[in-house]
Design a protein around this ligand. Structure first.
Ligand code: HEC
Length: 123
């Protein structure tokens, strides 16, 4: 009798384990949320145009600088300044110089575009 009980117990245990794990119906994958429709982005920022409008007077047509008004703004002239330093110069300006801050006049994206222009592209 005992000979039968042990395998039967094992079988029950095995069935129990299977019912707990393997045979569980898998939940259907949740449906992904709808892909948001991108809001139309404003026209790409034209950094050269921004520079021509806001900076050219003091920094020169070709960013070469204007004697007595402003220094050159080129990747070479700006090697010593980090992007963050250039950004804060544009945002806050430089105290006691003609370099005024553009905070509130230029958006963060416009300032980013200007940083790319003056730090990464040769005039
Ligand atoms: C009214 C003149 C004037 C205008 C307009 C002007 N700047 Fe300046 N800018 C200066 C002067 C002067 C300095 C030098 C300040 C100093 O001596 O630290 C300067 C310095 C800078 C520097 C630091 C350069 C360095 O080598 O330390 C950056 C960057 C800069 N300007 C960016 C801009 C940008 C970008 C614009 C346009 C959005 C702009 N400036 C508009 C006068 C001007």
């Amino acid at each position: 009798m005992l000979k039968l009980v042990i395998p039967a117990t094992l079988l029950m245990a095995a069935l129990f384990l299977i019912s707990c794990t393997g045979t569980q119906p898998t939940q259907p994958a949740p449906t992904p949320p709808p892909i948001p429709v991108p809001t139309p982005t404003p026209a790409a920022i034209d950094a050269a145009k921004l520079f021509a409008t806001n900076c050219v007077v003091c920094h020169g047509e070709k960013r070469q600088g204007v004697s007595g008004l402003g220094p050159a703004l080129t990747p070479t002239s700006l090697t010593k300044l980090s992007d963050a330093e250039v950004r804060s110069t544009i945002l806050k300006g430089r105290t006691n110089t003609a370099m005024a801050g553009f905070e509130g006049r230029l958006s963060a994206e416009e300032i980013d575009a200007l940083i790319q222009l003056i730090k990464r592209t040769s005039p």
